[in-house]
Write a protein that binds this ligand. Sequence first.
Ligand code: GCU
Length: 452
Amino acid sequence: MKNLISFFLIVFSFTNVFGQNNTPTYAPPVNFTAEQDHQNMMDQLHIKSLRPGADGNNPTAPNAANYDEAKANPYPNLPNPLVMNNGKPVNTAKQWWNKRRPEIVEDFDREIYGRMPANTPKVNWEVISITHEKIGDIPVITKKLVGHVDNSSYPLDTINIQLTLSTPTNATGPVPVIMQFGFVFPPGFHFPKQPNVKAPAMPAGPSWQQQVLAKGWGCAIIYPTSVQADNGAGLTKGIIGLMNKGQPRKPDDWGALRAWAWGASRALDYFESDKAVNAKEVGLEGHSRFGKATLVTMAYDQRFAIAYVSSSGEGGAKLSRRNAGELVENVAGAGEYHWMAGNFLKYAGPLHWNDMPVDAHELIALCAPRPVFISGGQKGDGWVDARGMFMAAVAAGPVYKLLGKKDLGTTDFPPVETSLTNGDLAFRQHSSGHTDVPNWPFFIDFASRYFK
Ligand code: GCU
């Protein structure tokens, strides 16, 4: 026994000394511009050049974005979510969960959004303030939170996730919460103008938070750019940089969308520990790039109960096989590729959209059986291709049905301002522009069917 104790003491002091002398040294962090990082990824993939994206600003440009439906479907055959890679049909829910769904996840991981590392660090949530205030005329308790990401594996990178949570003061128990990906425009960001269309002015009305609180639910905002910057230069920093110790990504490493999704999942971990929140009824909402993030989060984290996916477009709910509005080539460019896995670039280079092993309908299908509301605008929102998003929702339908749920209920593209909200997949195109505002009341009605 004595021998054993001294043995451990020796080992202990040895590792201690060793630990001190062996303070890890890291390769100097890489500080590429987005263009340099993009080029580095092209070099890793041995890609010489990429096809240019669609021009959303100049309708007379040779590569002007297409808005002619007659030219929009060069690749009408989508991969079948209910056929295994070996060609065998998927007939049961069990086959979906055990065999087919993992195949689809693997394809999205490797080729589209990248792999989330297995051993991501712990996040320590700190409540930095609690305020009693009013949102509209509803008294709420607002918590400001910071999620400190354990960076002991790479102390040169510091990440503090920002989150706010407001729940009704009068709540008598845990409440459902809708969490939004908060939109902070990156510097120098310009949304492409849509040719010859002006979005109508938005009617003033209660904010989404007021609408959600009026139902007795809570509202939360996570700031995704506190997890991962919204640009390629940031890929050696943030949570992606932390996992790579400041070095550039490999082609199947995760991109910003999955990093933002990771942050949202950590926020949900926090909600599971907060008695004010019913963590089984947490919904997600995001618009545009954060509409993409919303769909990716919903697909990968099955704890999220419902999603409002607004104007997510290419890289989100829009079929990549469509020639309408934004294209794969745009997202593969130096301004947007950081959302995706490096491997995604291949489909704007040597390969084409039809070579992608998966498409957006299968991302939606990964959310099944949970309810998803897909939204887009009309005037001034052609870039996101509402019809392509509708078609993806239709093509996800068979998976919902296999799991005992209801699909959209139609394959006909509905007139604008028509809610398709009777099933577990929902779609609505509002008549405004690139905004999530007009569809909030319709999403909340839809969510009311699930949150009592
Ligand atoms: C650009 C980009 C879209 C994106 C949008 C946004 O328009 O091309 O893919 O959704 O920005 O996030 O506002």
